[in-house]
Ligand binder design. Sequence first.
Ligand code: ADP
Ligand code: MG
Length: 720
Amino acid sequence: MASPKDITTPTRLGSKMVDLVGIGKQRARLFARLDIHTVSDLLRHLPMRYEQHAHEGAIKQLKYDTIGTARGVVQTARWVAAQGRGRKGRFEATLTDDSGTLSLVWFNATYLRDKIHPGLAVRVQGKVKSFNNYPQIVNPKWEPLEEPDATPQRQERLRPVYPATEDLPSSVIEHTVAEVLPAVLPDVTDPLPAGLLEHHAMPPLAQALQWVHAPDTLEDAGAARRRLAFNELLLLQLGIAMKRAYVQKRLAAPGLHFTDAIDTHILARFPFKLTDQQALAVKQIAADLTRPIPMNRLLQGDVGAGKTVVALYALLLAVADRHQGALLAPTELLAEQHHASISQMLEGANVTTALLTSAHPPKTGGERKQLLEKIANGGVDLVVGTHALLADHVKFHSLAVAVIDEQHRFGVMQRAAFRDSNRHAKPDPDGKRHVPHHLVMTATPIPRTLSLTLFGDLDISTIHGLPPGRTPITSRVVMPAQADEVYTYLRTRLERGEQAYVVVPAIDAAGKESAKQLTNVRDHAKLLQDKFCRGFKVATVHGRLKRESREKIMGKFRNGEIHVLVATTVIEVGVDVPNATVMIIEHAERFGLAQLHQLRGRVGRGDHGRRSLCVFISDPTTEEGSQRLDAIASTTDGFQIAERDLQIRGMGDFFGTRQSGLPPLRVANIPEDMELLQLAKRDAQTLIDTDPFLTSDKHKPLRRVLMQQYGEAMGLIDVG
Ligand code: ADP
Ligand code: MG
C-alpha cells in the first residue's frame, strides 16, 4: 500500500517520525513525549518484556509465599482511612478471574483512589500470602491492561511490550516498529570492530535489533538486549576514557610547590581544626596539585559539611606558589557570602582577594576596569565570583586552581570554560595547552553505585557527615488538613525569636487550571500575615523579582527585620541564616528528593543549640511522591538520600541530568548491567590505549557514532 510519500521518502534510520507513513503530527508528538524523534530513536526504544500468556497463572493456581502474577477484573475498590491522627490508611481491592478471587492491599496509597476502580482489568504481581483463606498480595506492583478481556490468550508468538503512555499504547509502538524494521535493517552498519563481537559472542547490530523487537525465543531477545546495552555502555566508557586521554596527553597544569611549612601556614588561617574527612580531602587534592597534569576532582559532601575550607586550601596552595585561584558560585548571593567568609579568614594575610559578579563592581565607573586589569596582571591573588568570571574579557595572569561550587547548577560548557581561561598563553614547547587545575563541588552526592564505575574522568573526594557541634534537624510529614496546627505552632517559634522559611510551588494564582490549585507565594503570605503571624513581618521572594529586590529582602531576613519568608525554591541555594530554624514546605510531593534535601539544609545551621524543624506538608498523588516523602523523613544523610533517589527514579533518570554530565542511557540498566559495564570499561580502555582518539581506519566508524550520539552531551567536541 504505497502512498506517494512512501516512494519519495524512503524510510531511513535518520528519518523523522513525523515523516513516516501513517504518522501524523499528532502521533509524532506522542512519540516525542517518549523521547522518540527519529527512526533510530524508535529502534532504541526497547521492549521492557515480552508477553508470555501461557506462563501466567490463574488466581486459583497462585502459590503462597512466592512471587505470583495474576490478571483479572477489579470487583471492589475502596479507601479505608486509618484511625488516629497523622496516620493515613489503606486502599483495598478485590480481583477476580474465571478461577477465583485475589485480595489486594496498598498502604498509604491515597493516590490509587483515582486510578483503580471496579471494572478495570489489571495485571498484578507480588508476594502471595493467605488472608482469611483468600490469597492476598500486599503492595503489589500493578498495571492496567489494554484489553478489558482478562482471560489469558494462548498465543504462540512472543509479543513485545514497550514502555508506553496512556495515549500511545504499546500495541501502536509495536505496530510502528514492525512496519519500519524491515525497511531500515539493511542500512544498519555495525560500528563495533568485528573481533570484539566475536570475542564476546555477541550478535551483529542488525541481528540484535531484529531479535530484540521481534524475537523467536526469549534467549535471542536476551542476547540482543545484552548486545545493545553493551553498545551503549562501550560508547559511554569510550567517551570517558577519551576525555581522560585528552587531559593527560594534550593538557598541562602547573605542578604546585608544596611543603609542610606551607601546609601549616594555610591551616593556621582556619578558625577550627579540620575534621578527619576534610583533612583527607585536602591531602588528596594537594597530591593532585603537585603534579603537572590537570586535576579534575569532584568534592562531594552534604549541605553544611564544610567544603568551603577545603576549596580555600586548594586556592591558597596556588597563591602560595605565586599563581592565582578562582572560586565560581552559581548565585550572586553565594559569591558574596564566600567572599565575605574567605576575606575574614584571610584577614591580615598577604593575600589579595576580590569579588567579581555581574553587579559588582558596578559596570559604570572605573572600579570594574581596574579590577579586571589587576586580575590580568596578577595584582589580585584570589577571585570569587559568578559566571561573570567566565566572560571572554576576564583574563587571568596565571590561574592555577579553579573551583566550581554547586557544580550541578552549571552546564557542561560552563564547567569547561575555565579550561580556556589561559587561552592567551603560549603553548608549551611540547605542544600542550596550559589549563588550571579543576575542583568541582556538589552537595547532591553521586550515589556510590555510580561513582565507582561511571565517573572515570573525575576523581572523587568525599566528606561524610557534618562538622562537630550541630544540633540535628527534626523532620515531619503531615497531611494538608493539619497545616493550621503547623502554622499555629510556627507562631510559638516566632515568639521565641526564631525565624522561618515557608516554601510553596507557585508564585501566584495565574496560569494553568491545574496550577491554580497550588498554594502560591502571594496568597499564602497574605494568609500567614493575616491569620497566623500577626505582629510579625512576613515577606516574599521568588524568581520573578529583580535580583536587587531579592537581595534586599534576603538581607532583611538575615538581619532579623523579616521573620517569615514565603518563597519559591529560589532560596534553595546560597542562603545562610543561622537564626532561621523552621522550614515548612507546602505540596512537598511536587519537589524532587534532592531538592527537598537541599531545602531542608537551609535550617539547622546555627550552633545556638535550638532544634531546627522541617515540616513537609503533602498529600502525595503518586506512588513515587509517597516514596520520596518517606525517604526524606527517614534520614538527613544526603548520601543515603541520593541512593534512595536513585532507587526510586531509576538510573535512567540520573543520566542526562545536569548533575551527571552524562548522556541518558536508553538500553542499559545500572546496577543490573554492572558486569556488562565492567566489560565495556575494560574494552574501552584497551581501545583508547592503542588508539587514543580512535582515528585509525578500523576505529573510525566507532568514533563517528560516538561523536554523533554523545559528542555534545559529553563535551567531546574539542577532543582529538
Ligand atoms: P558546605 O559544605 O555546605 O559548603 P560550608 O563550607 O559552608 O559547608 O560549612 C558550613 C559551616 O561549617 C560553616 O559555617 C563553616 O565555618 C563550618 N565548618 C566547616 N568546617 C568545620 C570544622 N572542621 N569545624 C567546625 N566548623 C566547621
Ligand atoms: Mg557550600
